[in-house]
Design a protein around this ligand. Sequence first.
Ligand SMILES: Cc1ncc(COP(=O)(O)O)c(C=O)c1O
Length: 442
Amino acid sequence: MLARFSGVTDRGLDTTVPPGSDGRWSRRRQWAADGVVGFMMKQAVDHPECISLAAGLVDPQTLPLEATREATQRMLADESRARAALQYGTTEGAQRLRDLLLEYLAGLEGVSTDQLGITPDQLVLTTGSQQLLSILCETLLDPDDICLVADPTYYVFLGVVAGLGARAVPIESDEGGMKIESLEETLQALRDCGDLPRVKLVYVVSDHDNPRSVSLETPRREQLVEVVSRYSTKQQIFILEDAAYRELYYDASPRPSVWSFDDRRQSVVLAQTFSKCFSPGLRVGFGVLPRELVGPVTDLKGNEDFGSASFNQYLLATAIEEGLFHPHVQRLRATYAAKRDRLAAAVTKYLGDVEGVEWLVPAGGLYIWMTLPEGVDAGWGGTLFERAVDQEQVMYVPGDLCHAGSDDVRPRNGLRLSFGVETPDRLELGVERLARAIRAEL
Ligand SMILES: Cc1ncc(COP(=O)(O)O)c(C=O)c1O
């Protein structure tokens, strides 16, 4: 097991100057050089004929055009609000939206705002939730520090950790999310080998996660907080709960957050976003922070941007106040549930008879996770990916990207299929093409 802790990510631990860089670039530039995300985005833009079962984008047909038009008009019609929206704001973000988000959060948790046990200053608005993930990691992680992550996990987050020269250590997870006994075993093993002080963060995507759309079971949420607090003896190990897909539930009932089990509000950072449930173009995300993290996070954010776009924050506040937001989310759930059904049906139709091909039909989120028989290489740079993109013109996210750890331990037989961006008919066509590529590989 300990072998997994050395060189735990093959991206990022080389602290030497790369050949040919002649010392021009910082170590962080070197650690961040990966290019996978850029490649995927570019492929999608350069090859519109390629069906993207890869993109985590939301469905363009569902984007809230009418609601945004109306909210913009109402916002600009109110002169003082319009001036505030067009002005610099504070680093923490527009008070108006933060007050509303307190109510929004209380609604999600099923409690009153008083019962939340926080004040609006613990709520920080960010440029998408991605910025919070990144700034929080910058706040906590030095090179060689350790972040424990569910395995598999959101691959862009792995890039953030690697970009700081820190190590992502995978924790086994199943259909109920991160396995708490594996987390505990890993923490104990790290303590035994003297590395516990290096552990600064545990990262989980709690609801309908990326890439598998599985949710952390409710009892595990409480256990997660308990175990982490038990191992936070010398310093607080923080939990980063990424709830990017929280609102996108179709058959499942929403769950209380991991954050809600942190009674003292001191160990869990809750990251949420309006990207998936409203519009990613607005880039409005928010974090609920333990009090001691508010200053450190906003100090770093201030250096970066002195606050995210006020305009978008006021716009979203207006959409919520004017009752334009919630009906949109209801419609969205119905659309995505139907697309999920179509993708799942297509997978059954085209791959149902292939032995060893397995997939999870999710109760929420945007992805279907598929595994191929062991030994089939669906990974980045592998033959299936090349065949799918070059010959069949269909793209998926190679599952190996979503696993932390060195090349030799990362499984390469997983695929993430998204039902976010394509139309139902193209989803079906995409699976038909992908199935041809898979059959050819087998
Ligand atoms: C799990 C997860 N977290 C965070 C994000 C970041 O989203 P945004 O910055 O748009 O809020 C994404 C985007 O796809 C995601 O899948």
